[in-house]
Design a protein around this ligand. Structure first.
Ligand code: FAD
Ligand code: DHB
Length: 402
């Protein structure tokens, strides 16, 4: 048994855990990150692509933006498409110059792992049988098995950054958390294709046959999504069937259509809205997907992980530097204000752009009217733009020493 100690034990090396580890490092706070998957698996997992302005600014302020500056694609606008027409929303023009940046989550994770390794601070991949305990005490523990050795890591605090399916949230005793949840009757089939993007900006489409989304990863790789039933087996979809359906839903009357290419990755993701509150129990703090999930339509999940980390970083810094515990106590309430606004936005984007099996003709006409209003009203476009580029972070960069 190897016994060791740290200030903050971080469970999970996704965006939340890695960002928190680096933020703590910049403030001279010790941490150990424990991840149950391999380094390759974590880096290769294809997920998010859209970074809000505030997430980009945070990565820049933390000095982990070299790859983002080199290969991130800044988008000043996006398109909403319905009834065969694309309508552009000028994100930058409507928000005083803010934008989103398309940069794959796997690139973000790769950059953050490199930064972590560069600090020389511990990061265990392939940890087995990870568990957390003594959450009510002042020395909670993270236990795991790594490379033939059992580890008992004593911490001042544990940051639960282990995603929706992690072990930290289920370790909180029954009755502590209130769960708010909504399931959807559809999922997304996502592909990466070796095809140059045929638009410089994202296109969100509502079609009679359902939602479709055009995105990208680089000047040579297109990323596309299609609404499908939530439990749809990916084997039911040949590459040809995927392209037929993508083009059918996305092609507009003016002839705009995605470029076709070899499909290099495909998978189906179910969708849910989920919040566990409070985001804390004793000395365990939930951050990112471990605490909340949004359906991906608003592109908010990774960005919420980043804003949670900023709030947690501020609280831990104030605790260690000034003995202040009040910001730890406020952590959950401060995070949840922003989380619920992103929940509302993601639910709205999702319900406005997808077709539900039980919807009526009235519901569909209301959706079209919603989109017609959105794309013709300056006020409505401004509202979408300020939410899409990201509502303000709840705490300042100065409060974490940036
Ligand atoms: P995760 O990325 O899930 O990381 C958790 C980590 O913990 C993982 O590495 C996991 O292996 C590890 N772990 C799990 N269990 C254990 C354990 N027992 N012990 C140790 N480690 C463990 N968000 C956006 O902001 N923009 C987008 O454009 C966007 N698009 C998306 C598209 C799709 C198709 C999907 C599925 C998601 C999308 N998201 C998007 C959401 C985004 O991917 C997540 O919100 C984000 O990954 C959350 O980061 P996290 O670090 O909290 O959790
Ligand atoms: C991407 C993912 C999203 O969830 C979204 O809303 C927009 C783009 C993407 O993977 O590129």
């Amino acid at each position: 048994m190897s016994r060791h100690a740290t200030q903050v034990g971080i469970v999970g090396a996704g965006p939340a855990g890695l960002l928190l580890g680096h933020l703590l490092h910049l403030n001279g706070i010790d941490s150990v990150i424990v991840e149950n998957r391999s380094r390759e698996y974590v880096i290769d997992r294809v997920r998010a692509g859209v970074l809000e302005q505030g997430t980009v600014d945070l990565m820049q302020a933390m000095g982990v933006d070299a790859g983002l500056q080199r290969s991130g694609l800044r988008h000043d606008g996006l398109y909403i498409s319905f009834n065969g027409r694309r309508h552009r929303i000028d994100l930058a023009g409507l928000t005083g110059g803010k934008a989103i940046t398309v940069y794959g989550q796997n690139e973000v994770v790769r950059d953050l792992i490199d930064a972590r390794v560069g600090t020389g601070r511990p990061l265990y991949f392939d940890a087995k049988d990870v568990s957390v305990g003594d959450l009510d005490s002042t020395t909670p523990s993270v236990r795991f098995h790594h490379d033939g050795t059992d580890h008992d890591l004593r911490c001042d605090f544990i940051a639960a950054c282990d995603g929706f399916h992690g072990i930290c949230r289920p370790s909180i005793p029954d009755g502590v958390l209130t769960i708010y949840e909504r399931l959807y009757q559809f999922g997304w089939l996502g592909i990466l294709a070796e095809a140059p993007p045929s638009s410089d900006e994202l296109v969100y489409t509502l079609h009679e046959r359902g939602f479709a989304l055009f995105s990208m990863r680089s000047p040579t790789v297109t990323r596309l999504y299609l609404q499908v039933p939530p439990d749809e087996p990916i084997e039911h979809w040949s590459d040809e069937a995927i392209w037929n359906e993508m083009l059918r839903r996305m092609t507009t009357r003016d002839g705009w259509t995605p470029n076709i290419g070899r499909i290099i990755q495909k998978s189906v993701t179910p969708m849910r809205s989920f919040v566990a509150a409070p985001m804390r129990h004793g000395r365990l703090f939930l951050a990112g997907d471990a605490a909340h999930i949004v359906p991906p339509t608003g592109a908010k999940g990774l960005n919420l992980a980043a804003s949670d980390v900023l709030v947690l970083g501020r609280a831990l810094k104030a605790f260690y530097e000034r003995g202040r515990a009040d910001w730890l106590d406020e952590y959950s309430d401060v995070c949840l204000r922003r989380v619920w606004k992103a929940q509302r936005f993601s639910w709205w984007m999702t319900s406005t752009l997808h077709r539900s099996p039980d919807e009526t003709a009235f519901d569909h006409q209301r959706q079209i009217a919603d989109l017609d209003y959105l794309t013709s009203s300056h006020a409505a476009m401004t509202s979408l733009a300020e939410q899409y580029v990201g509502l303000p972070m709840e705490v300042s960069f100065e409060s974490v020493g940036l």
